[in-house]
Write a protein that binds this ligand. Structure first.
Ligand SMILES: Cc1ncc(COP(=O)(O)O)c(C=O)c1O
Length: 320
């Protein structure tokens, strides 16, 4: 007979036999690099490998915290549909957790998100609604607001861009993990800015442990960019949870640089990431060149397999 227990999401509890899928969220590995190294050997760079989460991305953390907090407050009651806009990864995370906990999920995604993301969200049983591809993630935000306004009693609108549970997830898990895994030696955290939940939460935690830790946000250098998951803040609907004053610096990366770096990480390190990890790593290498010494942790939000049908991997004539 298989021994079971009611899953609690309490990281301190160890299941007797087997593990519940949602208990595998968090505690992702920190990866070292062997070949793609900074010029200065006194600067170390580690990648936080977020595709090890069961939904395949960093967004599992935020989605789980958002859902558990909404249930606890009584905002997400049985029968209500959780709805949100997502450029893909949060949608997949909601869909996976919704399937595991029996919560109906509706997602509004720009029609331009990769085919893989649409199919994975649908595979978990979520209803996917597409917004104008030319309006990007902001178009998805506008459409979800219209849908909720038309039927407010039907929905719990999770609103990852304004929901404090989003950054709290990283304050409670990603930040402490990085502190533990670097034995308190981390000097810089580098992460792409989407909702900004990752950098706001993990950055706040790490600065609470050591005020000298520098918090670096990475964003596309242009409003018309192809780095899925990231926002060009100057031209976008700015997330309510984003507080630029919490960043010590913001680094800009072009789409081309992000793509090239993701390809180099695959070919030179054997690590298959998405383009937002490429963007963050390109920024981290640049940052490393400006330091005498340091321990940089870069967030790698997801893996390359969600972009197989996109120009990230389809293009054959890479010049790297
Ligand atoms: C691929 C990818 N990279 C980076 C991010 C940014 O993370 P955050 O929303 O915590 O800023 C996201 C968010 O959706 C993402 O999907």
């Amino acid at each position: 007979m298989v021994a079971t227990r009611v899953p609690s999401h309490d990281m301190n509890e160890v299941p007797v036999l087997g593990s519940y899928i949602l208990d595998r969220i968090g505690n992702t590995p920190l990866i070292v690099f062997r070949r793609l190294l900074p010029h200065n050997s006194r600067v170390r760079i580690f990648a936080k490998a977020e595709w090890f989460n069961p939904g395949g991305s960093v967004k599992d953390r935020a989605a789980l915290q958002i859902i558990l907090d909404a249930e606890r407050r009584g905002d997400l009651t049985p029968g209500k549909v959780l709805i949100d806009s997502s450029s893909g990864n949060t949608g997949i995370a909601y869909a996976m957790i919704g399937a595991a906990r029996g919560i109906p999920i509706e997602l509004v995604m720009p029609a331009s998100v990769s085919e893989e993301r649409k199919l994975i969200a649908a595979a978990f049983g979520a209803k996917v609604i597409y917004s104008d591809p030319y309006e990007g993630s902001d178009g998805a935000i506008r459409l979800v607001r219209e849908i909720v306004a038309a039927q407010p009693e039907r929905y719990y609108y999770a609103d990852q861009y304004s929901n404090p549970s989003n950054w709290l997830a990283h304050y409670r898990t990603t930040g402490p993990e990085i502190w533990r895994q670097t034995m308190g030696q981390v000097t810089h955290i580098v992460a792409g800015l989407g909702t900004s939940g990752t950098i706001m939460g993990a950055g706040r935690y790490l600065q609470g442990r050591n005020a000298k830790v520098r918090v670096i946000g990475v964003q596309p250098d242009d409003a018309l960019h192809g780095i899925e998951g990231l926002k060009h803040m100057e031209s976008a609907i700015v997330p309510a949870i984003y507080d630029e004053r919490r960043l010590n610096a913001k680094l800009l990366v072009s789409t081309e640089e992000a793509f090239d770096m993701a390809r180099r990480i695959a070919r030179e390190e054997g690590i298959f990431t998405g383009q937002s990890a490429g963007a963050a790593f390109a920024a981290a290498l640049r940052l490393a060149d400006s330091l005498d010494e340091g321990t940089i942790v870069v967030i790698f939000p997801d893996s390359g397999d969600k972009y197989l049908t996109t120009s990230l991997w389809q293009k054959q004539d890479w010049s790297i």
